[in-house]
Design a protein around this ligand. Structure first.
Ligand SMILES: [Zn+2]
Length: 352
């Protein structure tokens, strides 16, 4: 008989080859992931996108409006659209990739995604989220092109948002495992917490390498979701919080997810088991001048949990079991840390 219940438990279904793929992507200009959904080629270079895009014949180009100032993309705006393109190339962020995934699945086209800036993971998933409605399953991209030169043309803050999307994976995986009684994939959780530290160091010391690393880490996240065959492993309570925070503050998704991670941290002891500390998480966000205390404090309230759960009411999450009194105690800890990190904040009133 098993000594304890844990010996019978399994971990989530994540293909361990993603670590090998991560190593290959980190050192090369291109690499290919293969599975039952087909091949997924990832190109990473500095300034090679223009040449690569020209290789795609019989293609339609979906370019995000905010790229209209970049001369690089001028020729793709107002280009006559093909009725049955073999390839769709989506260039930009969330909205344009979502549209391309939907069109691609209707037209049976191959999909090429180019993330600009590195704000979220929509370039590498098969989830489609239109007009804020619940997401649904579409197609995976066949190719992703990451050009660190083009990414460097955005404000660093815009690329920082990708950190939130990556770090959120840690919280989502733990949420997923607790609620489904699965063993924690410790190697993946430690990998995420270690890489947050790597990203912060690179951000200050070598921005080009930061962009490269963050891109590869976002692809890594997409592969966790892809191989586990449940996107919910990559959008747990951090994303539920983010859904509510985005609605209220109108801030970018990745940043809202990062704030969601901070709120999640105190709600279950498991979140501190694999390398993160709440103080460190807050310190990093503030030090990068990316988040600020005024954005977090209004959400330190039980109503935030209620609203977060309401964003996806059928989602299984540890938030369902959080009691009001425990939540208020836990959120007070966040408030204390925020006060310590930004001394001037004491003069503002804190309302629960
Ligand atoms: Zn997300």
């Amino acid at each position: 008989m098993a000594k304890n219940g844990n010996s019978m438990k399994k971990g989530p279904k994540i293909n361990e080859n993603i670590f090998k793929f991560f190593e290959i992507m980190s050192k090369n200009q291109s690499s290919t992931w293969s599975d039952k959904y087909g091949n997924y080629e990832v190109f990473i270079f500095k300034g090679g996108a223009e040449k690569k895009i020209k290789e795609f014949k019989n293609a339609n180009f979906l370019v995000a409006d905010f790229l209209c100032d970049m001369s690089f993309f001028q020729c793709y705006f107002d280009r006559e659209e093909l009725e049955f393109p073999e390839i769709l190339v989506s260039i930009g962020s969330f909205d344009v990739h979502n549209l391309a995934k939907q069109q691609g699945s209707l037209l049976n086209s191959h999909l090429v995604t180019i993330p600009l800036p590195l704000a979220n993971d929509s370039f590498g998933t098969n989830r489609c989220n239109l007009l804020g409605n619940p997401s649904f399953q579409c197609i995976y991209p066949n190719i992703t092109i990451i050009d660190t030169y083009l990414l460097s043309q955005f404000k660093p803050k815009e690329n920082l948002n990708g950190i939130g999307e990556f770090v959120g994976l840690y919280f989502s995986i733990i949420d997923y495992c607790i609620t489904r009684n699965l063993l924690f994939p410790v190697d993946i959780l430690l990998f995420i917490s270690n890489n947050l530290e790597v990203l912060v160091r690179l951000y200050y010391e070598d921005y080009e390498q930061f962009l490269r690393r963050l891109s590869v880490l976002l692809v890594f996240k997409c592969l966790v979701m892809r191989t586990s065959e449940s996107h919910q492993i990559g959008c747990g309570l951090d994303h539920l919080f983010a859904g509510h925070i985005e609605e209220v503050l109108k801030i970018p998704h990745g940043k809202a997810v990062y704030i969601g991670c901070i709120l999640a941290f105190v709600l279950n002891p498991a979140f501190k088991k694999f390398g993160f500390s709440l103080v460190r998480l807050i310190q990093i966000g503030l030090k990068l001048n990316w988040i600020n205390t005024k954005e977090i404090i209004p959400f330190l309230d039980y109503r935030t949990i209620v609203k977060a759960v309401e964003t996806r009411s059928n989602r299984i999450t540890v938030l369902n079991g959080v009691r009001k009194e425990n939540c208020e105690l836990a959120f007070e800890r966040i408030y204390d840390i925020l006060k310590r990190k930004e001394p001037g904040y004491g003069k503002h009133r804190f309302e629960l």
